[in-house]
Design a protein around this ligand. Structure first.
Ligand SMILES: [Ca+2]
Ligand SMILES: [Ca+2]
Length: 175
């Protein structure tokens, strides 16, 4: 019994789960992927704590298209500071997938991801168009209230030490 409680205590201390809401209101989608006109918003979850791993993203996003651009053309890219991403899950997300028409639409949902942040702790959100209607002009914008909620954990620096202590305690009890 005692061994079990020690292990549970250690695992809860080793990995701390967090959640944080990021405001995406006003972010604009301009041109094709890689175009310098596109916007990137940079966040510092938990004050820029390093090595966060983002595991889930909840979203509540309202897209308003410009002219004849379609809702389905807005692509969101999530990533770390140098774009290396390091995860296994896709780093791009198309909220209006299948909505091949212009207009204003709200999208709410959640998905799993796997984004490994760098030592600087930066989390980047970029928008780009899968089809550019007007070069060097805005194709769509995220309206007020658009947000994402990150679910992630931080591997605690003292995890190894705590697990080592757990092993030591278990060893002592066996004597
Ligand atoms: Ca454009
Ligand atoms: Ca477009």
């Amino acid at each position: 019994m005692k061994t079990t409680s020690t292990l549970v205590l250690c695992s809860s201390l080793a990995f701390t789960t967090h959640a944080e809401v990021l405001d995406l209101s006003g972010l604009q989608s301009w041109d094709l992927d890689g175009d310098l006109s596109n916007e990137t918003r940079i966040f510092h979850p938990t004050g820029g704590a390093p090595f966060n791993v983002i595991l889930t993203i909840d979203y509540d996003i309202t897209i308003e298209t410009v002219g004849s651009s379609w809702l389905s053309e807005v692509v969101i890219r999530f990533g770390n500071s140098d774009g290396t991403f390091h995860g296994f899950w896709p780093d791009t997300f198309t909220p209006g997938l299948g909505n091949d028409f212009a207009g204003t639409q709200r999208y709410v949902g959640s998905f799993q991801t796997d984004i490994h942040l760098n030592p600087d702790g930066e989390f980047h959100v970029s928008l780009f168009e899968s089809f550019d209607d007007v070069s060097d002009a805005v194709d769509a914008v995220l309206l007020d209230g658009s947000m994402i909620r990150l679910g992630y954990f931080i591997p605690a620096p003292s995890a190894t030490m705590l697990l080592g202590m757990g092993g030591l305690l278990a060893a002592r009890r066996r004597r």
